[in-house]
Design a protein around this ligand. Structure first.
Ligand SMILES: *[C@@H]1O[C@H](CO)[C@@H](O)[C@H](O)[C@H]1NC(C)=O
Length: 317
């Protein structure tokens, strides 16, 4: 740290990413490009379906489309930058851009977590309080919740950023990750460093535990209610409206849990990078996949859209 102070301050970082093995770069570029295009296309498809199909104009799918917007933003904070550096071999990034990336990453992860939880509460109200559901959850309430998620995420990120901007970066010039993830990183020095770590830790723990407990409790109530439904078709029908969301949430928390457990054992950086790839790139990809394949209503809407497209092209000829 003392050495770092005497030198000129670092204004540019090297994002080590996945090394610079020239054999591997084109392959990695291709893999990430395919993941990126598939994620953006899949989520766009969901948004278009929800906007265009009147059958999907209910809170559950409004939430889903809004989640897709978040997912597109989320992959777009990390992947394009990684793709550019894989294509050009230029792995440097200015510290300022790094802060910007970290800020947006913070906004979108928080928004994603909050929206997933909001979707849980929506399913809980629909299944456990079906009679009061229309009064409690409608387009307007849904809009307020979505706006609330964004306002909270943005203000939380700006607050963290305000803390960070008071500090100086004094970590290594070579940042051993593929994007600027300063969250668990102690590479800052300055008077308010401990405060930053403390605030970040407390907020992360509170949000994570709060959101996790909320999800757990609502799903326990949902499953208990479904089990009490006498007819098996009724059971199936109720379950089918929340199974896609349950899978997405389960994958999400499994990934978070793995990252947490892994970080306890201080694994080599590559393990951590692969887990980050899973959470930053694959989770946004599986979300539209699961909904398009498993959710009957989305599935039907997709088929109708496909049929209309075929019809349209036939008439063109
Ligand atoms: C997001 O949610 C709002 C509020 O319900 C809704 O009006 C809007 O259509 C949703 N966004 C999309 C892309 O469906």
């Amino acid at each position: 740290i003392m050495e770092g102070r005497n030198q000129t301050p670092i204004v540019e970082l090297i994002l080590v990413g996945f090394g610079n093995d020239p054999e591997l770069q084109p392959l990695l570029f291709l893999v990430f490009l395919v993941i990126y295009i598939a994620t953006v296309a899949g989520n766009l498809l969901i948004i278009v379906l929800v906007v265009a199909d009147r059958h999907l104009h209910i809170p559950m799918y409004y939430f889903l489309a809004n989640l897709s917007i978040v997912e597109i933003c989320y992959v777009s904070t990390t992947l394009p930058r990684l793709l550019a550096s894989l294509a050009t071999g230029d792995r440097s990034i200015s510290l300022q851009n790094c802060f910007v990336q970290f800020n947006f990453y913070g906004i979108f992860t928080t928004a994603e977590t909050l929206l997933l939880t909001a979707m849980c509460c929506d399913r809980y109200l629909a299944i456990c309080h079906p009679l009061r559901y229309p009064a409690l959850m409608n387009g307007r309430v849904c809009g307020h919740i979505v706006a609330g998620c964004w306002i909270f995420s943005i203000s939380y990120s700006i607050m963290l950023q305000a803390f960070i901007l008071q500090l100086t970066y004094c970590g290594p010039k070579e940042f051993d990750h593929f994007f600027c993830d300063f969250a668990s990183d102690g590479s800052f020095c300055g008077a308010t460093r401990t405060l930053l770590l403390l605030v970040n830790f407390l907020m992360t723990v509170t949000i994570t535990i709060g959101v996790f407990l909320c999800t757990l409790v609502t799903y326990i109530c949902i499953i208990a209610t479904i089990l009490r439904i006498p007819s098996s078709t009724g059971k199936q029908k109720a379950f089918s409206t929340c199974s896609s969301h349950l899978i997405v949430v389960a994958v999400y928390y499994m990934n978070m849990f793995t990252i947490y457990v892994c970080s306890l054992f201080r694994p080599p950086a590559i393990v951590y990078k692969i887990l980050s790839i899973l959470s930053t790139d694959l989770i946004p990809l599986i979300n539209p996949l699961i909904y398009c394949l498993r959710n009957k209503v989305v599935h039907q809407s997709l088929r109708k859209a496909g049929m209309k497209l075929v019809d349209f092209r036939l008439r063109q000829r």
